[in-house]
Design a protein around this ligand. Sequence first.
Ligand SMILES: [Ca+2]
Ligand SMILES: [Ca+2]
Length: 408
Amino acid sequence: MPQQLTLRVRPRLALVAVLLLLAFVGATARTATAATPLTVSQAIATQNNSVQTVRGYIVGEPVATTTVNRSGFTDDLAIALADSAGETSTSKMVYVQLTSSWRSTWGLRTHPANMGKQVDVTGTLTAYFAHPGLKSPTAIAAVGATPPPTTTTTSPTSTTTSPTTSPTTSPSPTGTTGPYDSTYYANAIGKSGSALRTSLHSIIRSQTVLTYDQVWAALKDTDQDPNNANNVIEIYSGRSIAKSDNGGGVDQWNREHVWAKSHGDFGTANGPGTDVHHLRPEDVTVNSTRGNLDFDNGGAAVSQCSDCFSDSDSFEPRDAVKGDVARMIFYMAIRYEGDDGWPNLEPNNSVANGTAPYIGKLSVLKAWSAGDPPDAFEKRRNQVIYDTWQHNRNPFVDHPEWVGSIWP
Ligand SMILES: [Ca+2]
Ligand SMILES: [Ca+2]
């Protein structure tokens, strides 16, 4: 009798242990893959105004509740996603609103070749065209495009979940949080695309404007060598040089305009030409080599600048500051919108901008920003400018993910 009891109890204990283990593994897996996108079927079943990421294939242009154009596209206002690239049943599609900032990249009238592409779209799951939808997207990215550096690999095709099962955990929001979200950036938080751009512009345009002479003192503070308070670090070459060794002589450091001042021809009058968010110490010779070149990968090695390259139309800085350079350009684009007497500065995909208020190459700068996230030097610099000199911030140092929202 006691022996039988033992036999009966042990398997139960083992079963309980296995179940507990499975529950634990399940919970762990769920936590680790919280960012796994929903399928389109799941998105259709989750029309609850939550912000989620949905993965699907672009299958057409919705124009009415049950009408989706698969060719002859009429506009760039919306796209339909489905779990299969060949889907034709509108009941198996989610309709994605393309707010203005997404139209030039994802609209089917402009980009009919996007048909069949697999994308991840983040936005609010709510009805659109009186049909299951996703509105106000904050991110749209082709699956398999250059992933952000910290993205964990997930295999979406291997996780098949019943369409009727609502997810029990919400994917984490696409944005990161920062210490200034509830204060300095309060009006920008939650926005995306052109709304985010407008909001950030009105926030950062309020600043103290320095004179070109004050820039010397500012740079000695903002770019101080963390290992030697008597020195600054030159942006491109990375060399530590005495603060006092500034000027126009060979091997001295001077004030490099990362947004080359000829691109918009703003010179060194108080304004963009004295905005220390993009002014950096650099060796006189290297500064001269960079000149007013646009930024792009490739070229010949640059003298006195390890890991820097240049050719006839572009300059490539060392890897450690590629992201810094990109985020300075993005700051300038949003700070200067043409409403205060200065040119409307914008990045574009050209490397032959001349004196136009543009600088390239946008696609490369975006990759540089993604590949070199803000580091301690760059963050300290932003803080010192905010605390001591200009009292405005570079939003892309605080929220690098905003780059992709404004320049998708
Ligand atoms: Ca960096
Ligand atoms: Ca601008």
